[in-house]
Design a protein around this ligand. Structure first.
Ligand code: 0A1
Ligand code: ZN
Length: 879
């Protein structure tokens, strides 16, 4: 246990900074044993917001060796300042002054990967959220914005490339064999957007002509062996730049935009001004090494980081409680981009599935928090699906309420009004309100309360009056404004024209463009002129992040699956139907009855294969049964093994029933065509590989030869990995073993490919032994200091291999806890993220829940727990 418990920080305690930093001049002298950081800060008191304040200057800093402090050129003596664990206090300063501080740090020993650290042979930084304080003493908070000039000095042969934010303004070479480059960033920014890179790198170059006719140099820096993996990211970057000009009117604002790929990185990527740093897995790809999903991830993340240049950098957050201001909005922007570049419906399905599995689970667990949290212990724990994805959903609802034109007016006003400022979520909403002349007061509840609203809907048809009534009840104590997009399907599946009866519907009901605004605890909509009882299609396009209950019959779901004009609900009808059938099998299991799968499910899935109105990407989605985690999320008390048994049974019956058609489909799609990472081909491969994975689950017929053949004969990693995965995840251990071995021999020099090889084994859906994971952990390819390897093995095991993670003897939980304990000292951020699977222990059947809890208690009892791990574990045990 900790001696002193880490403290919470509260939004209500926010105070503007007492000092302003006009200019920040940094000088980095990089060596192998240490690095020296000299800062010169041009500062003044913040009289505007703290008139009359004459108190001391308090700077934050962590793990720094202080060498010297000067104020206005005068060296301070020891009695003029105090150094504490996390701060430096200077007793007296004038109204305006120049502060010079020298510190020493040890980037080569920094395994937390926050601040300045080494990845492979290169120096790099990660300053969001609070990493800058590990570089020098500073006002490390996002509302302190400054103009940065940075000189980087290092050995010229080891580190020929020296980068920082903005434009290179000066280069020097010294007789010592060292050299220096000075960078100047003309845009004011908070220090979390600071970046530095020094290494021996190759660069892929291109240019982009902006809408006002300026030419921007685009550069992607990588280690030499990866220069053949930069084309796609460059292409995605150019498309993002163009899209942001067209969709949001946003132009890039420097003459140079750089991306650097690093192997050791805690997250996906970082939007540092003009110098994005990327986890190599989110930027490097060629057809031989990267799968289609990797390509899609790269497109989305390159866009996301680029879009931050406006939503995040030009307009930034006042404090970290406003994190979703930049993240929710930027995720929304990248989702729109992905939807425009690919299938919009499929993107919507994927986002809704993520919400309903991961975010709803977070919202129902001990770490539940609002999109705008009101307290935290460690901000790194709040880079969550709630801040990112639910934050995106909330922005999406604003768009739905205002319409595209109104939303664009709002975003224009927001960027205009707040350019160069650090602002709040409230100011974002105000810009939307002011530009559209309406109030979003009630809507703002979405930002302030945690939890998933539930809406119960019942319907009633009046055969005589020819009216159809929908009654909505929402669970929220104080009602939310919930946009519910809906339609009614007539007899032949067509969308009925909807006329609301003003007299009998609840007062104040608004139903516009197919969107009903639910604003009261309970509301009733009455539609007139409905000749026959329709089938309602509710929450189309997943128009709000809620759970909506309506008691559909299986026949109604079959009808929606066949006819719904809304792609999302068409998919969802199939999911609901499958879910219902799986529940039925679960109750048969429990009652020891013979297991029966409703033949209507088989017919429905069978007829999907015959439909020509569905594109490949959509069909692939529709064939996949609800995931174990989604099913789990719908259960009061989770029994993973019962869920898995029922789902596997349904999957096997489906595979057997559809095998003949799936084989035809597979063969039709399995044509070699020269790999291209474009949506049409990706969809085709996705569908083909979905068919393959079903075929390998069939008990009738022998399809493993298809997988082995595909594994041995292909020109791309997508087909190779899909074949390997289908062997690993079906009962073909001999073939799987030999494929795994030859794969490793072929690819052991490519870390990103090896990570996929580790993940496909760690995530196996087959019952096996936790010892398999232990073997991976002691494999030469594993390295606990590399977050990508940790995610591939430990993260994938706990997140995907649910039957093994929840092994009856508790060994899966123990393995996870052991690794959390090791990582707690090495890399607290990564350690803390791994706690999530254990944190939901209360929702599991008793024996498993207790075993999970015991592991949490074991972690809690460790000495020197990081703030990161302490926060998640203590909240999991106490709430
Ligand atoms: N702002 C980045 C996410 C990010 C956050 C923290 C990091 O280091 C701990 C790194 C990246 C984004 O949204 O892409
Ligand atoms: Zn982001």
């Amino acid at each position: 246990m900790q001696d002193t418990q880490p403290k919470s920080i509260y939004l209500k305690d926010y105070q503007p900074p007492h000092f302003v930093i006009e200019e920040t001049h940094l000088r980095f002298d990089l060596f192998e044993e240490y690095s020296q950081v000299d800062s010169r800060l041009v500062m003044r008191r913040n009289h505007q917001q703290h008139a009359g304040y004459t108190g001391p200057l308090v700077l934050v800093g962590q793990q720094l060796e202080l060498l010297s402090i000067k104020v206005d050129g005068e060296l301070l003596t020891a009695d003029e300042y105090q150094v504490e664990d996390d701060s430096l206090t200077i007793n007296t300063v004038a109204d305006d002054f120049i502060l010079e501080i020298s510190t020493r740090i040890e980037p080569q020993n920094n395994t937390a990967l926050e601040g300045l650290y080494k990845s492979g042979g290169m120096f790099c930084t990660q300053c969001e959220a609070e990493g800058f304080r590990r570089i020098t003493y500073y006002l490390d908070r996002p509302d302190v914005m400054s103009i940065f000039t940075t000189e980087v000095i290092a050995d010229a042969s080891k580190y020929p490339i020296l980068l920082s934010n903005g434009n290179a303004v000066q280069r020097e070479t010294f007789a010592s064999g060292r050299h220096s480059v000075t960078w100047h960033d003309p845009h004011k920014k908070p220090c979390y957007l600071f970046a530095l890179v020094a290494g021996s790198l190759l660069v892929k170059e291109d240019t982009f002509k902006t809408m006002s006719g300026r030419t921007v140099d685009l550069q992607i820096f990588v280690e030499p062996q990866n220069i053949d993996k930069t084309d796609y990211a460059m292409d995605a970057l150019k498309r993002s730049m163009k899209w942001d000009e067209e969709k949001y009117g946003r132009e890039y604002d420097l003459d140079i935009f750089m991306i650097v790929a690093v192997d050791d990185f805690n997250m996906g990527a970082m939007e540092n001004k003009g110098l994005n740093i990327f986890n190599s897995s989110c930027v490097l790809a060629n057809p031989q090494t990267a799968t289609d999903s990797a390509y899609q991830r790269i497109e989305a993340i390159v866009a996301h980081e680029y879009f931050h240049n406006w939503s995040g950098n030009r307009v930034t957050c006042r404090d970290w409680f406003q994190l979703s201001l930049k993240e929710g909005f930027t995720v929304y922007r990248d989702a729109q981009f992905t939807a425009d570049m690919n299938s919009a419906t499929v993107k919507r399905i994927e986002d809704a599935a993520l919400m309903r599995t991961v975010q709803f689970a977070e919202d129902a667990g001990p770490m539940a928090h609002p999109v705008q949290p009101d307290s935290f212990i460690e901000i790194s724990n709040f880079y969550t699906v709630t801040i990112y994805e639910k934050g995106c959903e909330v922005v999406g609802m604003i768009n739905k309420l205002l319409g595209d034109e109104g939303f664009r007016k709002g975003s224009d006003l927001y960027f205009d009004r707040h350019d160069g400022q650090a602002v709040t979520i409230n100011e974002f909403v105000s810009a939307m309100e002011d530009a559209n002349n309406l109030s979003l007061t009630q809507f703002k509840r979405w930002y302030k309360s945690a939890g998933t609203p539930i809406v119960d809907v019942v319907s009633q048809y009046d055969d005589v009056a020819k009216t159809y009534t929908l009654n909505f009840k929402q669970s929220c104590a104080e009602p939310f404004l919930i946009p519910i997009e809906l339609g009614l399907l007539g007899e032949s599946g067509q969308d009925l024209e909807l006329v609301m009866d003003e007299n009998t519907s609840s007062k104040g009901d608004s139903f516009n463009g197919g969107i009903f605004q639910l604003t009261e605890k309970e509301q009733t909509l009455v539609f007139t002129g409905i000749e026959k009882e329709p089938v309602p299609s509710l929450l189309r396009d997943f128009s709000a992040p809620i759970k909506l209950n309506y008691d559909y019959s299986r026949d109604q779901l079959l009808f929606l699956l066949q006819y719904d004009s809304d792609g999302f609900n068409c998919w969802d009808a199939g999911q609901k139907l499958a879910l219902d059938v799986i529940y039925e099998v679960m109750s048969q299991q429990q009652a020891n009855l013979p297991l029966m799968v409703d033949p209507r499910l088989l017919t429905a899935y069978g007829s999907l294969l015959q439909r020509d109105d569905l594109d490949h990407a959509m069909l692939a989605k529709m064939l996949i049964l609800p995931s174990i985690s989604y099913i789990a999320e719908t259960q009061e008390e989770i029994d993973i093994h019962a869920i898995n048994q029922a789902r596997t049974h349904v999957q096997t019956i489906l595979a057997d029933a559809l095998a003949a058609d799936l084989e035809i489909l597979y063969k039709r799609l399995n044509i070699t065509q020269g790999y291209l990472p474009e949506p049409g081909q990706m969809a085709q491969r996705g569908l083909k590989n979905a068919a393959l994975s079903y075929l390998l689950k069939a008990t009738s017929g022998d399809y493993k030869a298809l997988a082995v053949n595909q594994f041995e004969n292909n020109d791309n990693m997508t087909d190779s990995m899909a074949a390997l995965a289908s062997l690993v995840n079906s009962n073909h251990s001999l073939e799987a073993r030999s494929a795994l071995d030859s794969f490793y021999q072929q690819w052991k020099a490519e870390p990103l490919v090896v990570n996929q090889w580790l993940a496909v084994q760690a995530g196996s859906a087959e019952y096996g032994h936790v010892e398999n994971i232990q073997k991976l952990l002691s494999h030469e390819a594993f390295d606990i200091k590399n977050p990508n390897k940790v995610r591939s093995v430990i993260g994938t095991f706990a997140g995907q291999s649910l039957v093994n993670f929840h092994a009856e003897d508790g060994s899966g939980y123990q393995l996870l806890a052991d690794n959390i304990i090791s990582l707690n000292t090495l890399n607290p951020q990564i350690a803390s993220r791994l706690v999530a699977p254990l944190s939901k222990w209360r929702r599991y059947v008793d024996q498993q829940g207790q075993q999970m809890k015991q592991q949490l208690q074991r972690i809690m009892a460790q000495p020197a727990l990081s703030k990161d791990v302490y926060e998640v574990v203590s909240k999991s045990l106490s709430l």
